[in-house]
Design a protein around this ligand. Structure first.
Ligand SMILES: C[S@@+](CC[C@H](N)C(=O)[O-])C[C@H]1O[C@@H](n2cnc3c(N)ncnc32)[C@H](O)[C@@H]1O
Length: 161
């Protein structure tokens, strides 16, 4: 009587497949999503509040972050946000920079700089390394004298200020 044996074997195979498949499915659903954070991590800064830090060593000239940016008028920007936006393409324009771009602190001896580029999808702020940077170093760009003078704070000097 071979037929019942085949049915039995198929039933056992199906049942064990389901029994193995369910826990594997549950395990893979519980896996944390892989979040690509690129080269930058945000952490407490000894200089001011939060800052941006190198997650690995970075070579001079390497692009650190390519931030999508939104250009708005200065009337759209008020309060504390004024301290976070970049200058735009005209006197009365401001650039709201996404990603980690608006969390870099200032230094008059910066280790990063940035430029604006027009991608097919819109404006971007590209942040790149001015020199070799070690893993864990805080990343600073120079806000410029005007940034500080327009806030009545004068030009900041020193390594991290
Ligand atoms: C673009 S945010 C930088 C991120 C900010 N540290 C935070 O925690 O959100 C600019 C603010 O950081 C402060 N800041 C940046 N660099 C600084 C520095 N070298 N010394 C003192 N304050 C600084 C400024 O006063 C400004 O309000």
């Amino acid at each position: 009587m071979p037929a019942p044996n085949i049915y039995l074997a198929v039933s056992i195979a199906l049942a064990s497949g389901v029994a193995i498949g369910i826990p594997i499915g549950m395990l893979s659903r519980n896996k944390k999503p892989k979040v690509r954070r690129g080269l930058v991590g945000i952490d407490a800064s000894p200089v001011s509040g939060r800052g941006a830090f190198a997650l690995r060593s970075i070579r001079e000239g390497e692009i650190i972050e390519q931030c999508p940016a939104l250009e708005v008028t200065d009337r759209d920007v008020g309060g504390e946000l004024v301290n976070y936006v970049f200058y735009g393409s005209a006197e009365d324009r401001r650039l709201v920079v996404m990603g980690y771009g608006m969390l870099f602190n200032h230094s008059s001896q910066p280790n990063v700089a940035y430029y604006r580029q027009e991608a097919t999808t819109g404006a971007e702020l590209v942040i790149y390394a001015l020199r070799d940077i070690s893993k864990g170093e805080e990343l600073f760009y120079n806000y410029g004298d005007e940034w500080w003078s327009t806030r009545g704070q004068g030009s900041q000097t020193g390594t991290n200020s």
